[in-house]
Design a protein around this ligand. Sequence first.
Ligand code: NAD
Length: 699
Amino acid sequence: MNQTHYETQQGVAVIRLDNAPVNGLSHAVRKGIVAGIRQAEADATVTAIILIGSQSLFSGGADMREFGTAAVTAEPNLLNVIGIVETSTKPVIAAIGGTCMGGGLELALGCHFRVAASGAQLALPEVKIGLLPGAGGTQRLPRIIGVEAALNMIVSGETVPADLFKATPLFDEFIEGDLLAGAIALAQKVVAEKRPLTRIRDRKVSHPKPDAFFMFVRNSVGAVSKNFPAPLKCVEAVQACLTQSFEEGMQAEARLFGELYLGSESQALRHLFLSERKAAKVEGVSSDTKPRAVASVGIIGAGTMGSGIAINFLLAGIPVTMLETQQAALDRGAKHIADYFADRVSKRKMKPEKAQALAALLKPSLSYDDLTNVDLVIEAVFESMDVKKAVFEKLDSVCKPGAILASNTSTLDLNQIASFTQRPQDVVGAHFFSPANVMKLLEVVRGAKTADDVLLTIMQLAKKIKKTAVISGICDGFIGNRMIGGYGAEAGKMLEEGATVQQIDKAMEKWGMAMGPFRMTDLAGNDISWSIRKGITQKHPKFVWPSSALLADKLCGLGRFGQKTGAGWYSYAKGKREALHDPAVDALVEAHRKEHGITARKISNTEIVQRCIFALVNEGAKILEEGIAQRASDIDIVYVFGYGFPAYRGGPMLYADRVGLLVVQRAMEGFAREDRAGGAAWATAPLLARLAADGKTFN
Ligand code: NAD
């Protein structure tokens, strides 16, 4: 199928981009544009040329399906296409409706004239994948909207309404009504008036105080972009348009783009960008599967998770019935939600009318009768199989046929939960992370009998509520929490062996984790892992815990559950979140070492990082091999979006690929030899060993 269409209307050639879903500038589109320009130039009856997508979409930029293939740079590349457009002997007009992003905007900047439909949106979002606009955007945009406005767009990558540029020469006309008709009218005017074919590249650009301004910009951008080189390189590229000729500026842009493209940060961000899209695809689900309609949601439990989950749906405009057994608990949950909307309004992040309308979509209830018609129920009651059993049996008896029944359980067996109903095919896990209205990650847990259309529905719904969803199979802890077990255990072992809580957290934070392992467990609650350990001991009385786990038990025995009790591995002032060094913890650790005959040794930050991260990687490999995760990149998504893993490192599996799996394996073998607990924790995952031996990678 052609990805561009050519026709003439009233003496004007119309080249229409038609490459769903976003009119990406694929090789075929690029060839089509060039062929269209040539055809129009050769046709004596044609006086002008219009480039257009549709009323609601010009182009989203590069066609990401071509990433990593030869097509992405195949001739004509975008730079050459823009060159051909710019040097056309007949006027070229970009007719922009809806989205115009990245290469799409750069293409429009190469045209002689531009018109925008009302509601058109512009962006140069390359910085978000660690790059800069590489097809002249950094040189042309400042020449037409000014240096400061262009810098704002290029450094932030944010989408802005085209209307914002009404006072600049960026658009020749803003068109109400039919975009193509408006563009043709302008084309005829341009021809009739014999307007010169002005090129943005020839425009003068200046700034009253360029040196002081750019010093200020570099300082402020540098301060916030630390591990991400792209924003500063965007600044450098834009600065080149002031100090150099257009051609030199283009060379600077190309050089800076190349540096970023080859850099590890951009590779990591590109990996995450593509991984996020891949994660939405459910393996084994046929392409003709249709999602179920979800127009209303029921939530059982108005606690920490239930009320947070409710906010997500309300924000998406989906009515929520929230159910509790006790009026007081229901009121608490409803108040939490009301406070959330009041806070948005007081911070001017939402208009009062909108907040009021969204909050009104909540119906608090104490009766299951209110759930007979909802399309989806998410259960977020206490983490107890007995309680879940009572809830799911009740849901089975009241919910309409085809309603999806989801559980937010973190640790319980979803198959067992599904067995409490006569419709296990409709039961699925929806594992949100706390705070549920903030954290982007959603693990969608696939039960043995979960129907394909149920999975598809939840994956698509996730997008609507602005979550990044990843499919997980059933195992203890699913993907994320299962992996964090080994990570935390290594931190505990190193504490026992001689490191301090502060050293370990600082080393991990310096490496890029949002929070070190001890600060993280203080936030989550040390009692959670304590109760999991107690559960395991109850189930397997002969299980021998490593001595480091006993140290954590001692901490919990003192009631030091973390932030919520004002003390954990750190202490916390009342109502404050700042983690303070607590000598009582040092004394506890010291006494523990003495009891277990451990002589403290100096532990390097490198060892700390390697042991924590490689523990993640090894467990990740097992999860992958067991089919719990569909793909290595899904694990990367879980860690970056749910556990504060640094995006510029691309996730634990990509990081291991970069380090080299053989290097990872050899390091783990070394840790196994030194392990006080016997080294079992460091048994290399068979998949990792195989890939390392074959010189391959996870991704
Ligand atoms: P919570 O104690 O804050 O809230 C549970 C709520 O459920 C309480 O308000 C309680 O009154 C209500 N409830 C209990 N039995 C009920 C019943 N039969 N019918 C209706 N309501 C009932 O607990 P939470 O932290 O929100 O956890 C809820 C679920 O979410 C658990 O399964 C937990 O494992 C899971 N989860 C928690 C987190 C977290 O970080 N807190 C993260 C992911 C998943």
